[in-house]
Design a protein around this ligand. Structure first.
Ligand code: BMA
Length: 320
């Protein structure tokens, strides 16, 4: 992937001064994203100086210069959520059967849960339900029904780090008949101990290509004494049975190198969370020559943009 020369494309300085938003926010990172009405639309994760999180919508004609709303995204329906909520974060956006869905992580009384929301235009979100009443993060919904079922990849939080943080090393595919009741189908892949992706989780929702589902994910190297390193990689999955892996990048395709990726609220983090193709075919397929805009959180502080064609990402999956 090639970093855009205007990076970081969004920083705390881009959050408008407005009575409806916190003053002097700390950070903006890990955005969800989608093309909507010809524009690139991001759902930004914004943190105030109380380390509280809210979502703010940003839109752009060219995918680079964004106008950020002066108010937070309204979230409704959370009175049905079973636990006390602390934070909603890391949204991922999927267009599916003409509707727009958002998955996100929710830090709540028993730990971390993942939930599904619906939205018309990313200006407001309506809570639909929990994906599982168990620790789960990095849930990404596929943009079409496959074999008659809705599918998603998510990462159970079954790993307890030395720092006390719950994470995970296996992505699992889940299926649902109605988007509300989800059952695990099969494990997808696991971390590679000692190398770049020991712990991992999905990045943006998978993209359809003629070779299968293209999936960008983050991997965490945990074996350095002072700090974890968050990087991005790619994998390719069977079109009909996406839990079957066709190819997976041996090395990362983006790692923290720029100063704004190396230092910040959490140092050494690139965290891809949105991948917006410049165009898609009528059936949702992304052609090999199409450029994909990949938005990522940098050091949990600002937003970076890197660009690659679908063909380049497919080739990276097969690199040994
Ligand atoms: C992950 C999540 C992300 C965060 C990343 C790096 O576990 O909490 O939201 O960006 O760690 O801190």
């Amino acid at each position: 992937m090639i970093r855009h020369p205007r990076n970081p494309i969004l920083t705390r300085a881009d959050i408008p001064v407005s009575d409806a938003l916190p003053r002097d926010v700390s950070s903006v990172f890990n955005p969800g994203g989608i093309k909507l009405g010809g524009e690139y639309v991001l759902l930004l994760r914004v943190q105030d100086r109380g380390r509280r999180t809210l979502f703010v919508r940003a839109a752009s004609a060219d995918g680079v210069s964004f106008r950020v709303d002066g108010h937070p995204v309204a979230v409704s329906g959370l009175e049905a959520f079973p636990y006390e909520i602390y934070h909603l974060y890391d949204p991922r956006v999927t267009r599916l059967e003409g509707r727009i869905y958002v998955t996100c992580a929710i830090d709540c009384a028993p730990g971390c849960r993942s939930a599904l929301f619906e939205t018309e235009d990313c200006r407001s979100l309506r809570y639909l339900g929990l994906l599982a009443d168990a620790g789960l993060r990095n849930a990404v919904l596929f943009p079409e029904r496959i074999g008659g079922r809705y599918l998603l990849f998510a990462r159970p939080n079954d790993h307890l780090g030395a720092d006390g943080v719950r994470s995970g090393a296996t992505i699992v595919c889940y299926a649902s008949p109605d988007l509300l009741h989800w059952e695990p189908v099969a494990p997808v892949f696991s971390g590679r101990p000692h190398y770049w992706d020991e712990l991992l989780g999905s990045g943006p929702p998978p993209l359809k290509t003629s070779e299968g589902w293209l999936h960008i994910y983050h991997g965490v190297a945990t074996h350095f004494a002072s700090v974890n390193i968050y990087q991005a990689g790619v994998s390719l999955h069977d079109g009909a049975l996406p839990w079957n892996v066709i190819a997976r990048s041996a090395q990362n395709i983006l790692e923290p190198r720029e100063s704004w990726e190396l230092s910040g609220q959490v140092p050494n983090v690139v965290f891809p969370s949105a991948a917006i193709p410049e165009s898609v075919e009528a059936d949702g397929t992304v052609l090999p020559g199409t450029r994909i805009f990949i938005y990522y959180g940098a050091a949990d502080t600002c937003v970076g943009l890197a660009v690659a064609t679908a063909g380049e990402l497919l080739a990276a999956c097969r690199e040994t």
